[in-house]
Design a binder for this molecule. Structure first.
Ligand SMILES: Cc1cc2nc3c(=O)[nH]c(=O)nc-3n(C[C@H](O)[C@H](O)[C@H](O)COP(=O)(O)O)c2cc1C
Length: 192
């Protein structure tokens, strides 16, 4: 990938892989990922994130979360040794008023988790392609919490192991919009 400016190697290396190695993720490693999420900043430090964690081979949680995914996501994500469902607490617990940064803060926590994962040689792939309604039932998510994303986690595998068209997508260069298209001066739409 070609960056326009200097970038930390961890951010350069992070990518949403679809090819996972069958290698198990130890509890110690998994706890480090969740510790990274735990130390994310959040509005009023209310820490609105919740993570439902399912490890392949431990009970039926992995299968239940895999079943929530769209068929195209399930086709590769079911091979990840860990699946997590991230949810957000929508109201401030003290006041019960809406926390309009709840989803933001869950995403931020997952960002921290993703960097920790990269630093430890693992890969994270977030997915919006799942049924939030089915997740409420399958995982017993209570009122006031919103399912945000499903996260596949594991050690990266061989892209060649994927069927087409996943293989080509996996090997395609990562691309981004130019900074000029999203960085403005204090006046919207005007170049800095
Ligand atoms: C909230 C969110 C939802 C996503 N949903 C999906 C998804 O359902 N299926 C999928 O294959 N990738 C999904 N992605 C991954 C993006 O497609 C990916 O981050 C983007 O293409 C950039 O690639 P990179 O993460 O490798 O840089 C999602 C990413 C995020 C942050």
């Amino acid at each position: 990938m070609t960056t326009s400016h200097d970038l930390h190697p961890l951010l350069r290396q992070r990518r949403s892989t679809r090819a996972f190695s069958p290698r198990d993720v130890s509890d110690e490693v998994l706890l480090s990922m969740l510790e990274a999420a735990r130390w994310a900043p959040s509005c009023n430090n209310v820490q609105p994130w919740r993570f439902l964690v399912a490890v392949r081979g431990e009970g039926d949680g992995h299968g239940r979360i895999a079943d929530l995914l769209t068929p195209s996501n399930r086709s590769w994500a079911a091979a990840a040794p860990v699946l997590m469902l991230a949810a957000a607490e929508l109201n401030f617990p003290q006041t019960e008023k809406p926390n309009r940064h709840a989803l933001h803060d869950v995403g931020l926590a997952i960002g921290m988790l993703s960097v920790q994962a990269t630093a430890m040689g693992l890969a994270v792939h977030q997915m919006a392609g799942f049924s939030a309604e089915a997740a409420r039932v399958a995982c017993g998510i209570p009122e006031g919490f919103e399912p945000v994303s499903v996260i596949a986690l594991g050690y990266p595998g061989e892209p060649e192991s994927l069927p087409e068209p996943l293989r080509s997508r996996e090997m395609a260069p990562r691309t981004r919009h130019a900074q000029e298209s999203f960085v403005f001066s204090a006046n919207w739409g005007t170049a800095r």
